[in-house]
Design a protein around this ligand. Structure first.
Ligand SMILES: C[S@@+](CC[C@H](N)C(=O)[O-])C[C@H]1O[C@@H](n2cnc3c(N)ncnc32)[C@H](O)[C@@H]1O
Length: 376
């Protein structure tokens, strides 16, 4: 997702994520209000983790500015200043992002109902959110949308053993994935998500909150995941059939993603003993980012598969090109589009999204061992 412009870019293909931000807006606004009224800070530090180089992060910034403008007006509190940090991996097109920010600033962000617009500042923060990003107890609010299903790396230990890779022709968990491989995916999720929680706990002020939104799984059965198998099987079949790629290249490709169930997410949070869960919910969206209909029928499977392919290509392009080379992209996604259309003719499939709001409460008597010295 490094390139910010063009037909296959993330910013041109992020409608699904935009709808998700709209859907979680009440959760975000409520959390911001609670943090503001509980702490009444003069300066609020807010970070959007995995912001990408598209317009969605600006929608988030705009909601926060509006909420704070309303709050300062109704509470009669003095002027406020907001410091936003926009974080993503260093390869992200921050130039494109900062051009969008300039246009956003020119447009203005407050309406007539908000008479006391807070001053705000926006900075970029290129790094992985699996690293330390901020000084201790300095951040009031973290937001992350459509990111935390990405793992920090592919599960360990899937390497070749007796000349075959453990996950063989699969690139994610499918019906033919062995329980051992599933366990490795689950362990990777557990390690990454617990590390993320520990890091953010240290960086949040007491009373601070975070809203995290990511792809998950509706069904408890890990083999029946909503990060849908067809995508991943499709990619691999296509890789094999379209281009002369060595078996080893195909078998060693595994997506560093995991779509957890609500129960799995809740377990990691509870086991961390770090946060209170204010809210947790799961909602669903059609695969096709432009199909907002509720029914079970896909109106035009060819059109929907084009939309789905654009979305998935914008997300996976760099990973696929890095592993197989650029030349595979055209034939692979052409075949992928065909397979998705075939699938949609039979079934209208949905993505499951998990949204949760976590709060860092004031410490109880017993101190929690964060194992901070072990964090990178
Ligand atoms: C699907 S995009 C979502 C972007 C944006 N939040 C939105 O809602 O439109 C996922 C983003 O997460 C970023 N990302 C993935 N792993 C990351 C990590 N370890 N640290 C920081 N960003 C990461 C990717 O680079 C990508 O820009």
């Amino acid at each position: 997702m490094a390139e910010g412009e063009g037909d296959w870019s993330y910013s041109s293909n992020s409608r699904r994520q935009e709808i998700v931000i709209r859907e979680t807006k009440p959760m975000i606004e409520n959390a911001i209000k609670e943090v503001y009224t509980a702490l009444l800070p003069k300066t609020m530090i807010i970070a959007d983790l995995g912001c990408s180089a598209g317009p969605n992060t600006l929608m988030f910034i705009s909601s926060v500015i509006h909420v704070i403008a309303d709050q300062t007006k109704t509470s009669g509190g003095g002027p406020m200043e907001l410091q936003f940090f926009l974080n993503d991996l260093p390869g992200t097109d921050f130039n494109q992002l900062f051009q969008l920010i300039q246009n956003f600033k020119k447009l203005g962000t407050t309406d007539e109902t908000a008479h006391v617009p807070p001053l705000y500042y926006i900075s970029g923060l290129p790094d992985s959110y699996y690293n330390k990003l901020f000084p201790r107890e300095s951040v009031h609010f973290f937001h992350s949308s459509y990111c935390l299903h990405w793992r920090s790396q592919q599960p360990e230990g899937l390497e070749a053993w007796r000349e075959t890779y453990l996950n063989e022709d699969n690139i994610y968990i499918t019906k033919t994935t062995t329980p051992l491989v599933v366990k490795k995916y689950q362990e990777r999720f557990y390690k990454d998500f617990s590390l993320f929680l520990k890091l953010r706990y240290v960086e949040l002020v007491y009373g601070g909150q975070m809203v995290l939104v990511f792809c998950g799984r509706k069904d408890e059965d890990v083999y029946n995941g909503d990060l849908n198998q067809l995508f991943w099987i499709g990619c691999k079949i296509v890789a094999k059939s379209c281009v002369e790629v060595e078996k080893e290249k195909v078998e060693s490709f595994n997506l560093p993603v995991y779509g957890p169930s609500v129960a799995e997410v809740r377990d990691v949070v509870m086991e961390s003993h770090l946060f209170n869960i204010n809210h947790i919910k799961l909602f669903e969206h059609n695969w096709d980012p432009f199909d907002d209909s509720e029914g079970d029928e896909v109106e035009d499977s060819a059109r929907s598969s084009t939309n789905v392919t654009k979305l998935i290509r914008s997300l996976l392009k760099s990973l696929v090109a890095c592993h197989f080379g650029e030349t595979i992209l055209e034939p692979l996604f052409k075949e992928f589009m065909y397979l998705v259309a075939k699938h949609l003719e039979k079934e209208k499939t949905k993505f499951a999204i998990i949204a949760l709001c976590l709060k860092k409460e004031y410490p109880r008597v017993q101190k929690v061992d964060l194992g901070y010295k072990h964090l990178k």
